[in-house]
Design a protein around this ligand. Sequence first.
Ligand code: PMP
Length: 304
Amino acid sequence: MSDRDGKIWKDGQLIDWRDATIHVLTHSLHYGMGVFEGVRAYKTDKGTAIFRLKEHTQRLFNSAKIFQLNIPFDQQTIMQAQIDVIRENKLESGYLRPLVWIGSEKLGISAKGNTIHVAVAAWPWGAYLGEDGMNKGIRVKTSSYTRHHVNVSLVRAKASGYYINSILANQEALADGYDEALLLDTDGYVSEGSGENVFIVKNGKIYTPDLASCLDGITRDAVLTMARDLGIAVIEKRITRDEMYCADEAFFTGTAAEVTPIRELDNRQIGDGTRGPVTTRLQALFFDAVAGRAPQYSHWLTLV
Ligand code: PMP
């Protein structure tokens, strides 16, 4: 990743990709307190557009606020940085990674007085869970690792350190031959994937866990909006893993994962064991929205 041509925005300037480095004594590298975003840009008829740029940037600033990281730029500047990075790297479509971290002035738990830094990088990224998974659905395993407790981690923030939990769960699932992990909350209810929100469909209604222990996903919000617009009932509530076994359909949502059907959980086939009709409909509408083919959602797109 580090050795390639291109530009990365770092602390207010577009610099060469290879020069976008940090010191080994960077505070965030040692203790994991950094916040970040994952954003996608898509090709549309009018040119490349970033999906829900404002909402992602707002969540980045909310994450920073939760940790009292004082970002030394305003939201407008960080939005412009994301546009510039897509443009400068001549990406027709791709994934954007804004990152906020604490500098290397001093180490120790207290980061008081250390500088706060921001970078934005972008690169091409296809279907996160594979093209085949997009069409046929993926196989998921309930993790032996529990998702964050609300008073251990403040999960409204999208924080670097939280992803240790995600990596453990994902590693375990992949090592056991599955495509992705499903994590339960500290009470044993379904929370989310290692990097995705989760949905089930039962008797024509859509259910997703409430936001207690999972990330307030921007794709989750888009799918809930689209489902409501289609006249499909959506319910946010606690979901058990056996409820999911007996669902008609299930799917993951996320910036990276987009809308990925789940065909199996813990070796139990979900529904017909393929992408179900409601998932198919929402997935198609999602791809129409991001590609500018759904005018009712054009306000979600920022042309670069
Ligand atoms: N949950 C977790 C843990 C994630 O990392 C992500 C990806 N950001 C999501 C859910 C989905 O969020 P979004 O749709 O905003 O990408």
